[in-house]
Design a protein around this ligand. Structure first.
Ligand code: AP5
Ligand code: MG
Length: 217
């Protein structure tokens, strides 16, 4: 069977990571988040991590060529044989074109693009209350709190706030999203594979809508 690829689209804080994790698990696919991959590289002090850090802390995009190479490498690993839920990639039309070529080589294409739509004022609130675990699990102080404050439910590690979740950086990330990533809404709409999801609902209700949309695709 050809591998299955789903692209989660939406602004910073829309809930892409939260939902991609659940969806990938339920479909036995791999969750591939370019943000997580860059942060992992940063933690391991790789050259790629150091390069990415400068862009990430400013809320800018990491250059396309570097990002595409990283995704190519990740999607070529055997654990992605059945496909992947892509989160935070593609983020520019150039990246989307590169993804298409890459997936053609795997005899596949993007199956569906759920676009999680959330207005700006809610995004700022979500990101300022976000708590992350070192292994990438995502919590929110109010909307998805851990059992014990600042402690990961599963492995007990200390939660932290992302460097780029400061309000001024968040505002810049939203601008960058509008300029460079929002054109992908039309890009995928023209291909007939974009489906809009109301991201202002609760995490469970968004997950339920997403499940239905993917099932019908
Ligand atoms: P990345 O890590 O991808 O960040 P982002 O796109 O800005 O998105 P976020 O991770 O901030 O938000 P999310 O949609 O995943 O929301 P989440 O589920 O966490 O990228 C970071 C940086 O890396 C970029 O700025 C760039 O520098 C670089 N980069 C990454 N990919 C790149 C690429 N392809 N090209 C170039 N550069 C790239 O949810 C947010 C919060 O809200 C959480 O606290 C969560 O608990 C809560 N929440 C979620 N859903 C709900 C809900 N329905 N109701 C209430 N609360 C909710
Ligand atoms: Mg994320």
């Amino acid at each position: 069977m050809a591998p299955l690829y789903i692209v989660m689209l939406g602004p910073p804080g829309a809930g892409k990571g939260t939902q991609a994790k659940v969806l990938a698990q339920s479909m036995d696919l791999v969750h591939v988040s370019t943000g997580d991959l860059f942060r992992e590289n940063l933690k391991n002090e790789t050259e790629l991590g150091q390069l990415a850090q400068g862009f990430m802390n400013k809320g800018e995009l990491v250059p396309d060529d570097v990002t595409v190479r990283m995704v190519e490498e990740r999607l070529s690993r055997p654990d992605c044989d059945k496909g992947a839920v892509l989160d935070g990639f593609p983020r520019t039309p150039t990246q989307a074109d590169a993804l298409e070529v890459l997936l053609e080589n795997f005899g596949a294409g993007v199956k569906i693009v759920p676009y999680i739509k959330v207005p700006d004022e809610i995004l700022v609130e979500r990101l300022s209350g976000r708590w992350m675990s070192p292994s990438g699990r995502v919590y929110h102080a109010l909307y998805n709190p851990p059992k014990v404050k600042w402690i990961d439910d599963l492995d007990g590690s200390q939660l932290y706030q992302r460097e780029d979740d400061k309000p001024e950086t968040v505002r810049h990330r939203i601008e960058v999203y509008k300029e460079q990533t929002a054109p992908l809404i039309d890009y995928y709409q023209e291909k007939g594979i974009l489906v809009e999801i109301d991201g202002t609902q609760s995490i469970d209700d968004v997950a339920e809508d997403l499940r239905q949309v993917v099932e019908e695709a």
